[in-house]
Design a protein around this ligand. Structure first.
Ligand SMILES: Cc1cc2nc3c(=O)[nH]c(=O)nc-3n(C[C@H](O)[C@H](O)[C@H](O)COP(=O)(O)OP(=O)(O)OC[C@H]3O[C@@H](n4cnc5c(N)ncnc54)[C@H](O)[C@@H]3O)c2cc1C
Length: 262
């Protein structure tokens, strides 16, 4: 089987800052890490790998994203592909998923594509489902674990609002994983980190992926960020802190009457 895992390098912070001029993420001065949801997706692929299976990690990003891919190789992926080209800059989620889809088609003969639930910087959770749509294959989102692989069938445990459901689908399939609270990310040992540098690593640009350059990056983006801003700070609420319940109720009635709510 061939498993492809899409991973993104993200800033090591949940407080992403936006450049108000360009409406893009400010990455300068913030250390980068492998998107934590993607490490879970990769470790899920490693968990179900059997003798002879191949795990390929793919990332679209600047040359520095190589570091995230090397970590994946140290964790156990077999080979890595970095998609890096100025033509990819300014991509929205559709152009990002188009670029990843082109790469997946070029790799070919895949059985399962793994994505994280979402990237901790962009937070849209759109890229995985968009890749499945562009490839025309089924998708299962919110997968907490792959329970079984039986021939051309995959059975997954899927989180729902009030519990779990077990979903079965045929291959090929794209799954997006939701990290369970019990998940403990692996820290690859030094020996694996050193070996990672010797594993196959390719860098592909837009020419390598083929198709019209109009479909990549800003040109291929269907959406445009018009304005980015923080929501106005909420006014502080009123704390009713009276000695007795009767006094508190009276104060509440007074306040609501004053504001003409009652
Ligand atoms: C109009 C517009 C312009 C933008 N311009 C820029 C820009 O100039 N520079 C910039 O950095 N960002 C830009 N962005 C943000 C960029 O589009 C998103 O970061 C990107 O599409 C991924 O979306 P996300 O972060 O919400 O990922 P999600 O959809 O939340 O990610 C879900 C999963 O998809 C996979 N995935 C996501 N991104 C990648 C990736 N790059 N490589 C491999 N796998 C991936 C991972 O498995 C991840 O867990 C722009 C967005 C918009 C809307």
């Amino acid at each position: 089987m061939k498993f492809i895992v899409c991973v993104k390098q993200v800033p090591d912070t949940t407080e992403v800052k936006i450049d108000p001029e360009t409406n893009t993420l400010i990455r300068e001065g913030v250390p980068s890490i492998l998107n934590p949801f993607d490490q879970f997706a990769l470790e899920e692929a490693i968990k179900i790998r059997q003798e002879g299976d191949e795990i390929i990690v793919v990332s679209m990003g600047p040359p520095q994203a190589k570091k995230a891919l090397l970590k994946c190789l140290a964790l156990g992926a077999d080979r890595a592909v970095l998609l890096s080209d100025r033509a990819f800059a300014g991509a929205d989620t559709w152009a990002t998923s188009f670029t990843l889809t082109q790469c997946i088609k070029k790799i070919g003969d895949f059985n399962i594509i793994f994505c994280g639930l979402q990237a901790i910087d962009g937070d849209t959770a759109q890229v995985g489902p968009e890749i499945a749509a562009q490839l025309g294959i089924p998708q299962i989102t919110y997968v907490e674990s792959v329970e079984k692989l039986e021939g051309k069938k995959l059975i997954a445990k899927v989180q729902t609002d009030d519990g779990y459901k077990i979903v079965e689908t045929r291959l090929p399939v794209l799954i997006t994983g939701i990290t369970p609270s019990s998940f403990e990310p692996t820290n690859p040992p030094m020996m694996s980190i050193m070996k990672a540098n010797k594993k196959p690593f390719s860098t592909w640009d837009a020419d390598e992926l083929g198709g019209s350059k109009d479909n990549y990056g800003l040109n291929g983006s269907l959406t445009e960020v018009i304005k980015v801003y923080s929501p106005p700070a909420r006014e502080q609420g009123v704390i009713i802190d009276e000695e007795t319940a009767e006094a508190a109720v009276q104060k509440l009635i007074d306040l609501l009457s004053k504001d003409k709510v009652i």
